[in-house]
Design a protein around this ligand. Structure first.
Ligand SMILES: C[C@](O)(CO)[C@H](O)COP(=O)(O)OP(=O)(O)OC[C@H]1O[C@@H](n2ccc(N)nc2=O)[C@H](O)[C@@H]1O
Ligand SMILES: Nc1ncnc2c1ncn2[C@@H]1O[C@H](COP(=O)(O)OP(=O)(O)OP(=O)(O)O)[C@@H](O)[C@H]1O
Length: 298
């Protein structure tokens, strides 16, 4: 059975938000394939804001980037979209594709923009190549720990180093505001600081603390935390300023950092309160990226 080929494809690369992120002790066994990585346990939701990726069957594979955050990103072979293409091309016969990425999400900001772009590219490539579910999973994880969950792009419990996924349905949605203060944070550096900074951040468990397995999204979020927030804030104190700006807003039920930062989210009782909070923060900080959004739908 051959895969039906669409000449033009489009995908949205939605922002990934770690409502909770529990981290365990670094994998210290050099014979382990995930040596140097950390076991994690996370409740992941997706926002209704994201990058847009378009592809068109062409004579040669290329990438063009535009959009508000396009200038901060090179369109060369280091880009995760071209890495995804290359990884699939090693396994299957795929046509050259001309990709256009509209970069809406800030780069290196804890909301998986690069991972979501790679995942969007994989979803497009799935229309051009027939590989087994296991092969797609191996390719996704080889591109980044967040890529498999971004391929799913729906509410999930994530464990292992990021590749063990369990989809969660019926948990509804949350009104939220995302805020990034315009400072890039290196994921690897924050994990390193997490390792070396103890006991300042508390004791590191060998396996990460499990998630609450009942209740709605807000109850589950409130039960957990982001273990990377203290080491990231120590590296980038502006994160604390963002968290305070969010928690000061009327109706803010919870404020927390996502991923390795620096983007933080605030959860609000309703859409009006989220919009009012976003307007107030944007007015005080015109240089910050501030977006009211819905988390967990679709
Ligand atoms: C922090 C999270 O965003 C939470 O969702 C992810 O775990 C990070 O996912 P990602 O950005 O796709 O990460 P990768 O590109 O695979 O790894 C970047 C770096 O983060 C560290 N890393 C990442 C994932 C993990 N489970 N343990 C780690 O220690 C490693 O030092 C690695 O070199
Ligand atoms: N298409 C892309 N978009 C964004 N970053 C990319 C892309 N391709 C490669 N990168 C590189 O990947 C790195 C991480 O980008 P990304 O936006 O996924 O980080 P992040 O939001 O911190 O992720 P996480 O939530 O997984 O920690 C950046 O330093 C960037 O240079």
């Amino acid at each position: 059975m051959s895969v039906p080929i669409a000449k033009i494809s489009t995908e949205t690369a939605r922002a990934k938000i770690n409502l909770t992120l529990h981290i365990g002790r670094v994998i210290g066994d050099p014979s382990d394939p995930y040596y140097g990585y950390h076991p994690l346990d996370s409740l992941v939701v997706f926002a209704d804001v994201g990058d847009r990726l378009r592809s068109e069957v062409s004579d040669v594979t290329s990438l063009h980037i535009d959009g508000p955050f396009g200038a901060g990103l090179e369109a060369d072979e280091r880009n995760l979209i071209l890495k995804a293409y290359k990884a699939v091309a090693l396994k299957a016969d795929i046509p050259p594709l001309k990709f256009t990425l509209t970069k809406v999400l800030p780069v290196a900001s804890g909301i998986g923009g690069g991972s979501a772009d790679a995942a969007a590219a994989l979803r497009i490539l799935m229309r051009h190549a027939e590989l087994s579910a296991d092969e797609w999973q191996v390719i996704a994880l080889s591109l980044g720990a967040d890529v498999p969950v971004c391929v799913m792009s729906s509410t999930a419990h994530m464990s292992g180093i990021g590749g063990d996924l369990h989809g969660l349905t019926g948990l509804g949605s949350l009104q939220a505001v995302l805020v990034n203060p315009g400072v890039a944070v290196s994921t690897g550096a924050v994990f390193k600081a997490f390792d070396t900074g103890h006991p300042a951040w508390g004791e590191v468990r060998e396996t990460p603390r499990p998630q609450l397995s009942r209740g709605d999204l807000l109850a589950r979020a409130k039960d957990g935390r982001n273990d990377l927030q203290p080491p990231a804030t120590a590296q980038q104190p502006l994160i604390q300023t963002v968290l305070e700006a969010l928690s000061r807003q009327e109706g803010c039920a919870l404020s927390r950092m996502s991923g390795s930062g620096a983007t933080c989210f605030g959860l609000f009782s309703n859409a009006e309160m989220a919009k009012a909070a976003a307007n107030a923060i944007a007015e005080n900080h015109p240089d910050w990226w501030v977006v009211p959004t819905v988390l967990g739908e679709g």
